[in-house]
Design a protein around this ligand. Structure first.
Ligand SMILES: [Fe+2]
Ligand SMILES: [Fe+2]
Length: 165
């Protein structure tokens, strides 16, 4: 019973780690192309996914398991912003679906703390999905102008002497 929770929590750690890697990869490339808004969104989300790993690992260790810090998939080398956002939205949907199912499984095994942890994560993943979905809508509405505006803002900020972050 405890073993099943540890297995599910570790699967979540592996998926969260993949999300951290993928979002940081997207962050680097958005930053390189001057898209500050999206670069910031990917970075902040990667940091939140890392905090998810911390919560999952704490629970695993409490249950006397060990946190397997191994990513579940390789980083996909996507450079097109629309494709990045679609992949990110898809990753959030799939995490929310998994965590909903795993919450029920932990509940069936009378592990209510792991159940609530998964439920808390579902709330965060749905919020992440919503942020990416809004950006997909912005891309659909404003197209390349949306990205051009971000580059212009970056150039204005640099020209005004603001430090590179
Ligand atoms: Fe997460
Ligand atoms: Fe997420």
């Amino acid at each position: 019973m405890k073993e099943k929770s540890i297995e599910l929590l570790n699967k979540a750690v592996a998926d969260e780690l993949s999300a951290v890697h993928q979002y940081m990869y997207f962050h680097f490339h958005c930053d390189d192309q001057g898209y500050d808004l999206l670069a910031g969104l990917f970075k902040r989300t990667a940091i939140e996914e890392m905090q998810h790993i911390e919560k999952l690992a704490d629970r695993i260790i409490f249950l006397k398991g060990d946190a397997e810090i191994v990513a579940s998939s390789e980083v996909k080398k996507i450079h097109d912003v629309q494709a990045m956002l679609e992949m990110a939205a898809q990753m959030e949907t799939s995490s929310a679906n998994d965590y909903n199912r795993w919450a029920i499984e932990c509940s069936n095994n009378a592990d209510s703390v792991s159940k609530s942890l998964f439920e808390t994560l579902v709330m965060d993943e749905e919020r992440h999905f919503d942020q990416y979905d809004t950006e997909i809508d912005n891309m659909a509405k404003f197209g390349d102008n949306y990205l051009a505006l971000q580059s212009i803002e970056r150039s204005k900020s640099r020209a005004a002497g603001n430090p590179v972050d």
